[in-house]
Design a protein around this ligand. Sequence first.
Ligand code: KG4
Length: 359
Amino acid sequence: MKAEKVVILAIESSCDDTSSAVIVDGILRSNVIASQKVHEEYGGVVPELASRAHQLNILPVVDTALKRAGVTKDEISAIAFTRGPGLLGSLLVGTSFAKGLALSLNIPMIDVNHLQGHVLAHFLSPAENDQKCVDDGTGLPHPSFPFLCLLVSGGNSQIVLVKNYNDMQIIGQTIDDAAGEAFDKCAKVLGLPYPGGPWIDKLAKLGDPDKYPFAKPNIAGYDYSFSGLKTSFLYTLRDLLKAHEVETIDELAAQIPNLREDLCASLQATVVDILMRKLKKAVKDLKINQVAVAGGVSANSALRQAFIDYGKRYNWTVFIPPFSFTTDNAAMIAQAGYFKYLDKDFCAIDEVPFAKTTI
Ligand code: KG4
């Protein structure tokens, strides 16, 4: 008798991306993401607007994910959803939708930790015709356990010891701002649009990474800190404004050629150096040389290059996700859900979302 296929429908709505994905028998068949432009003019995510946009997007996004995967709703085996951490209002939209659909189809629900999802993106097996993944790298090699994962996003900067699909331990994390937050806040000071990370990355390509020496933290163990760097960036700008007797960045940029580019390149180089030094220490101490990177900031070109360079220099096997799996997406939630489905690890229908959970 032919075994029934396992179809996981996943929903991700933790922040400002409404996403849905379908995995069939372990192969990713679709991954649809609706990003919310509404926040751009505010320079950051407005939680209330995010919840409302999720409500508008969720039905067409799920519908498109099912259609692209070529499955009907009656074929779904279980619904995986992001339970947290994230914005509570945003999470409520995805969770409530998942509950309604699971109830109406009489199928199980699987709660997924968003952070674990980012780590487990390294186990995704995209269909061969997924051009985005093919373009981004040579397929997707999967790490074996245990491995270390640098998880860097707008809200998190941590080193995770991944012992198994469902057994992860944070061995180091930021004691204040996240790396993405440092990028976004410094970008805002420079008058760049939100989110600033990708803009810093773009401008940094044209700048000198050694031009402005910013302060680096001195924190024990594997923990990170980025608030001092943010202050150092601000003070550098303040001093330049004063020295050139001008009041705005635009006036300053008119006097100092390549100002924004050099500031971005120097900031980016400092963030990457801070992240990699601690990771190197963890690799050495724990004697684990399979090293992965995940989360929105893993889209950063200098960080990706640093992984390649460290890999070569220190004999690490590195795992860098395709761009499409770096920022928030439901594919990673589907993958985490698929593993939990195989373990029959379902959740109750009255499960509530969590704004703050750890890994
Ligand atoms: O994981 P993510 O999509 O969302 C959460 O934090 O939940 O990460 C978003 C973060 C933002 O801070 C954004 O500026 C940063 O990832 N980011 C980047 C790049 N692309 C996205 N930072 C630096 N360079 C990039 N290319």
